[in-house]
Ligand binder design. Structure first.
Ligand code: HEC
Length: 112
């Protein structure tokens, strides 16, 4: 491949990944925000639920995250004043990376 064409491919790859990151939110930053904004206090660090909040991960991408803007139950609201749309997208991306737990039958210690 000629050098000039290789650069073209690289530029394309870089711009595509930048676009994907923008659309999908930054999961790494979302993880940080999830702790910093106190979501973990009610939902657990992995969104597994526990104390005051229900399990919120894993969940299908996009489902339900807007709930935090205008909750109708006991959860406090997070308006754009305290959590920007891009911060919300990052948290959504983080929740999207959380995998379901392994089934009990696949954990040897729990099958003795
Ligand atoms: C004070 C406890 C508390 C905190 C802090 C909290 N939540 Fe919640 N959350 C709840 C409860 C309780 C519910 C269940 C619905 C309700 O009562 O409002 C809920 C519901 C949700 C839902 C909807 C679940 C569904 O199945 O539709 C999402 C999404 C969510 N929370 C995300 C977040 C995120 C993201 C944060 C941090 C920015 C956060 N929560 C902070 C308590 C909390």
């Amino acid at each position: 491949m000629k050098p000039i064409r290789a650069y073209g491919m690289l530029a394309l790859a870089v711009s595509v990944s930048a676009l994907l990151a923008q659309e999908g939110g930054n999961a790494e930053n979302g993880k940080r925000l999830f702790a910093e904004e106190g979501c973990y206090q009610c939902h657990g660090y992995a969104g597994q639920g526990g104390g005051a909040g229900p399990r919120i991960a894993p969940r299908p991408a996009n489902s339900g995250i807007q709930y935090i803007r205008r909750p109708t139950g006991v959860m406090p609201p997070y308006t754009t004043k305290v959590l920007s749309d891009s911060a919300l997208a990052d948290i959504r991306a983080y929740l999207g990376t959380i995998q379901p737990p392994r089934p009990v039958k696949d954990i040897p210690l729990l099958n003795q």
